[in-house]
Structure formats: structure tokens, C-alpha cells
Design a protein around this ligand. Structure first.
Ligand code: SAH
Length: 373
């Protein structure tokens, strides 16, 4: 039973249905009962439990390849010292630990890096502190407004999918917003009539049809105002101070509509309204919107790549071979980790990579940004 569910039922009885983003924000980030505040969500099904597993937790190869990408870019951008090495939503801190470990192959890189984490969960901040070790002087932020005024290299893996979404639906008679209401002591989806959807310019520009009128009847349009705000902050920071960002997440690379609101508990899909605070709730990331915002901020934007193609171009297969040679007995496991990260029927195609950079930056490896110049 979820304590938060009872609290939300009472609030809905008093104030009426709540928009989906308000529900998702409470389910994930309620200071007392929110999913990220109290639970240790990440882990393999057969190891330390958890509800879902992310790429850095699947294999050290993920963080190593991202680390090499970052160190190489830092080298080619003129070795700024100091620079901010930023991660949004670092979870258990595994990615940053792998990045810093592999970063030592390039003298100067770890020494010049000031590590900054943007993380709201106190429990996960503790885990991140442990993961990078006490020798790393890391800094934590509630959001990007307090990042230092210096060039930054930023990574966000499975951060944007955790930000609250809204759902709006077109019907024959007008628009509705999907809200969360109550029925027989259960949380249920209730569409509420609205006059007009209040889509941002970026959201409108990335609808499959450019005209709101031509959207198919009953089509659900998901928007993520908090994700847009985060992307705006990220891009403004890079535009002002220089650097680049890598956003990795599951989602769509082309303009699309549809319902992608989902919950995972113990590696199984569950009803996202069943037990708020007890399951991980996410939605697909709208990459065209993020790319649109980066272009609007005057950044260079690489075409969205798939995770599989990106990691393979950074040398995933070679790294897997090296690891297999140096760890006899683990060949099957390493092969399956490699496939998990890059195979089309696993994370390879569903997960996308968006690279954005200040106009003065050199090409981004593995992404076709400026490759022909
Ligand atoms: N990047 C990690 C974890 C992804 S889970 C990995 O790949 O394993 C999402 C992470 O984003 C968690 O650390 C969660 O606490 C954090 N998070 C969610 N909403 C946030 C917000 N609004 N601001 C900062 N961090 C947030």
C-alpha cells in the first residue's frame, strides 16, 4: 500500500483532479514519499533488486566510452582549466565514477575537472558521494542556475524521462487535458475539457503536423514543461560559458504524438496510478523539442543518433573484446552486456543520443556534427 496514494486521494477529494505533471512530480519527488527520495531504484533483476536498470548500471563499458568521449572533446576544445564536468540526475553515481576512472588516461583531464551534480534526492546525493570517492571535490545543485561560470561538459543519462509530463487530447468537440482523479478509492485518469492547449512554441513546432487543427482526433500530445525549462537553462549556460552537452534517453527522434506514460516496478510494467511513490514513472523524451530549443539558443545541434550506433562508433566492440581478453570466464556476460547496450531489440535503437555544442566547439565524435568541415 502506498501512503502517498491516500494523501493524493484526500487532496483530490478536496480540490478536484490534478494535472498529470503535478501527479508525476509528487509520485517521483514528494519530499517524504517520492520515489527518488526513499527507494534505491536501480539494479539488475538478479543482483541487488531495484525496479529498472540503466546503461551505466548494465556495464562499465558505457561510462568508459562516455568518459573517453568527454576527455577527447576537452582535449580538442583547448584543454580549459578549470572546466565544469556536469551530470544531471546521476542516480547512483556510477556513470561519473567510470568517467573519472577512465579520464585518467588523459593527463590533465581529471585535474582540470570540477565535478558538479544536479540532483534533488538527498538519498541519491549520498550514493553519488560514495561512488566518486572522498578524493573528488564534488558539488551538488538543485538545478542548473547555480552552475559555475566556466566552460562545461555535461551529460544527462535518463534524466529527462523522469521529468513530469502533461497529456492533452484532441476530440471531435475540443481539447481535453488528461488529469488524475478518484473513483471508488482508486486513482483514475479523468479527461477535463479545456479551452485551448497551452503548448509552448517549441512543443507546437514539433507536432507531427504543424497545424493543431490537423492533428488526428483522439491523438494524445505529451508535453514536458519542466524538461523544456531544463533544456533552456542547459542551452543558455553553454551559449554563455561554452562547452557541450550529451543527452541520452529513451524517446523518439522524429516528430510524434502518443501516450508513453509508464511505470516500472521490479522490472515489470505496472499501472502508473496504482502505487505512487513505489514505482518508477517515466515518459518518452521528445528529442525534436530538445533539439529545437538548442537551435533557438544558437547552439550547434547534431542530428539525433541511436545509442547503439553512437556507442559502436566510439569503439564498443573493441572495448568488449579487450575486456573479454583480460577477464577470462566473463566472456558470455560481457557479450550480453554489449548486446544490452547496443542491440536494436534492446537499448540500441529505443535510446537516442543528442549532442549540442557552443558554436566555437570542435566536432563531436560519434555524432555527425560538423564532420564534413
Ligand atoms: N543517470 C542515472 C539515473 C537516472 S534516474 C543512471 O543512468 O543510472 C533519474 C535521476 O534524475 C535520479 O538521480 C533522480 O533523483 C534525478 N532527478 C529526477 N528529477 C530531477 C530534478 N527535477 N532535478 C534533479 N534531479 C532529478
Amino acid at each position: 500500500m502506498s501512503a502517498l496514494k491516500d494523501i493524493l486521494l484526500e487532496e483530490i477529494a478536496a480540490h478536484g483532479p490534478m494535472p498529470l505533471d503535478a501527479y508525476m512530480a509528487r509520485a517521483l519527488a514528494d519530499p517524504e514519499h517520492g520515489y527518488y527520495m526513499q527507494r534505491r531504484p536501480f539494479g539488475a533483476p538478479d543482483a541487488d533488486g531495484g525496479d529498472f536498470i540503466t546503461a551505466p548500471e548494465v556495464s562499465q563499458m558505457f561510462g568508459e566510452l562516455i568518459g573517453t568521449w568527454l576527455a577527447d572533446l576537452w582535449n580538442r576544445m583547448g584543454r580549459p582549466d578549470p572546466f565544469a564536468l556536469v551530470e544531471l540526475g546521476p542516480g547512483r553515481g556510477t556513470l561519473m565514477a567510470d568517467v573519472l576512472r577512465v579520464g585518467h588516461v588523459l593527463p590533465g583531464f581529471p585535474e582540470s575537472a570540477q565535478v558538479h551534480f544536479v540532483e534533488t534526492s538527498p538519498a541519491l546525493r549520498q550514493a553519488q558521494k560514495q561512488a566518486v570517492g572522498k578524493d573528488v571535490d564534488a558539488h551538488w545543485h538543485d538545478d542548473m542556475t547555480t552552475l559555475p561560470a566556466m566552460p562545461c561538459l555535461l551529460v544527462a543519462n535518463e534524466f529527462f524521462d523522469a521529468l513530469p509530463i502533461r497529456q492533452t487530447r484532441k476530440t471531435a468537440t475540443g481539447w481535453q487535458e488528461i488529469c488524475v482523479g478518484a473513483q471508488n478509492n482508486r486513482l483514475v485518469f479523468v479527461p477535463q475539457d479545456i479551452a485551448e492547449p497551452d503548448f509552448s512554441e517549441a512543443a507546437k513546432a514539433c507536432l507531427p503536423d504543424t497545424l493543431l487543427e490537423t492533428i488526428e482526433d483522439q491523438a494524445i500530445v505529451e508535453t514536458c514543461p519542466q524538461g523544456e525549462a531544463a533544456m533552456r537553462q542547459l542551452c543558455a549556460h553553454i551559449a554563455q560559458h561554452g562547452g557541450a552537452a550529451l543527452v541520452i534517453d529513451y524517446g523518439h527522434a522524429t516528430k510524434a504524438c502518443g501516450d508513453s506514460f509508464q511505470a516500472l516496478k521490479e522490472h515489470r510494467f505496472v499501472d502508473p496510478l496504482e502505487a505512487p511513490g513505489m514505482a518508477d514513472i517515466t515518459a518518452h523524451v521528445n528529442f525534436p523539442v530538445l533539439a529545437h530549443l538548442a537551435e533557438a539558443a544558437d547552439l550547434d545541434v547534431a542530428p539525433v543518433a541511436t545509442q547503439g550506433a553512437f556507442l559502436e562508433s566510439l569503439g564498443l566492440n573493441l572495448r568488449a573484446q579487450q575486456l573479454m581478453q583480460s577477464s577470462p570466464g566473463r566472456e558470455t556476460q560481457i557479450q550480453s552486456e554489449r548486446a544490452r547496450l547496443a542491440a536494436p531489440d534492446e537499448m540500441g535503437t529505443l535510446f537516442k543520443v543528442l549532442g549540442v555544442a557552443h558554436k566555437a566547439m570542435p566536432p563531436l565524435a560519434g555524432l555527425s556534427l560538423k564532420t564534413d568541415t
